[in-house]
Design a protein around this ligand. Structure first.
Ligand code: NAD
Length: 361
């Protein structure tokens, strides 16, 4: 039985204003950690449960130093990223933003002598030629080399994986590297161009009339596997607590086509949906799945939430956002209402350290 005491441990989560980082902060607080969240923006849908939230641009070295001050462990999730449409059209910005953040965060963590540093990598590091058919073999960790990853995003991630390895070998900084396969769930980006396929499909189905057509990118036969957010944060934590320093897949082996994903969402929504395939839109690799053999061996555990059961709360939450937006209602939790004072506790949590520049150049 795996037991670890979080008592008196301080941890940093970067990207805490984003989807996975926000959920991870909640999870770690529940485990008993003192948690500092850092992001260039506040969480969009819920106040952070962290003990402290610093709004910082981590492309700047001095901000990475502020972020790591006094913490024992670092979960580095901040990244400029989005769905396939976003990552295929913003390679220069995305790679330079993420490379700056990654290098500065790693070096700041080394100088601060943190005990562990976790890097969030991606299945996009796997070679494209291994993902050319819908039934391509599931991807094993060692398949990543020789490298031929996704243009832009994949190259930037695989380079940082190597940097983590070198820091561990030469500077004695214990690093953990997790390769996520598509993560979904409530409180994630659901519109605006950065959303991933499950959120985009939930939104389109929620917006559709009872019997209606929804646009599907590509021919719908492309395959993926999807991991529910609760499994994701538990897996991250288990990896951090393990002694395993090499890159590890974190995903499910439940492979579905995008058309199947649409059918599942329609079932949850109770709607009959016609699929309108748009072949002009980017669809990413043809087929991808996670091989979890190493994950089971290392952690003695793997994500257990089926896609259908995870899509139910995800769809309900996105459906509610669509409704609120249609009604012209905006989230009220971040900006206090007129005449309403921010409590001292809230003020302490939400510290804006500097005037933020826009993320884009
Ligand atoms: P997200 O976009 O919701 O969160 C990333 C956060 O990083 C955002 O809140 C963003 O504001 C922040 N950020 C960007 N630039 C910053 C800067 N200059 N300074 C400070 N913060 C900055 O993404 P997510 O889905 O939560 O992903 C978290 C991590 O997991 C990322 O590293 C991503 O590459 C990786 N990942 C996610 C998935 C997935 O399916 N969600 C899959 C593979 C890998």
């Amino acid at each position: 039985m795996w037991v670890f005491s979080a008592m008196n441990k301080k941890v940093l989560v970067t990207g805490a204003g984003g989807f996975i980082g926000h959920h991870l902060v909640s999870y770690l607080v529940a485990q008993g950690y003192w948690v500092r969240g850092v992001d260039i923006k506040q969480p969009e849908f819920e106040v952070s449960k962290g003990n402290e939230f610093l709004q910082l641009d981590l492309r700047k070295r001095e901000n990475c130093d502020k972020a790591v001050e006094g913490v024992d462990e670092v979960y580095h999730l901040a990244a400029d990223m989005g769905g396939i449409g976003y990552i295929s059209q913003n390679k220069a910005d995305l790679c330079s933003n993420n490379t700056l953040m990654n290098i500065h965060m790693l070096e700041a963590s080394r100088e601060a002598s943190v005990a562990r540093f976790l890097f969030s990598s991606t299945a996009c590091v796997y070679p494209q030629q291994l993902q050319e058919t819908v039934d391509a073999p599931a991807l094993k960790e060692e398949d990543a080399f020789p490298a031929n990853p996704e243009e832009g995003y994949g190259w930037e991630k695989i380079y940082m994986e190597k940097l983590c390895q070198y820091y561990a070998e030469e500077f004695d900084l214990p690093t953990r590297t997790v390769r996520f396969h598509n993560v979904y769930g409530p409180l994630g980006t659901w519109q605006g161009g950065r959303e991933k396929s499950p959120a985009a499909i939930c939104r389109k189905v929620a917006e559709a009339a009872d019997v209606d057509g929804v646009e599907v990118w590509g021919d719908g036969q492309q395959t993926r596997s999807y991991m529910y957010i609760d499994d994701c944060v538990e897996g991250i934590y288990r990896l951090m607590r393990s002694d395993y320093g090499k890159a590890l897949n974190l995903g499910t082996e439940e492979q579905v086509s995008i058309d199947q994903l649409v059918d599942y969402v329609a079932e949850v929504a109770g709607k009959e949906i016609e699929k309108e395939h748009d072949l002009s839109k980017p669809q990413g690799v043809r087929g991808r799945n996670s091989d979890n053999n190493k994950l089971r061996e290392v952690l003695g555990w793997e994500p257990a939430t089926s896609l259908k059961s995870g899509l139910a709360p995800t769809y309900r939450w996105i459906e509610e956002q669509v409704y609120l937006q249609k009604e012209g209602k905006t989230p009220e939790f971040i900006t206090p209402q007129a005449g309403q004072q921010e409590s001292e506790e809230e003020a302490a949590r939400n510290v804006s350290v500097e005037e933020q520049p826009a993320l884009e150049h």
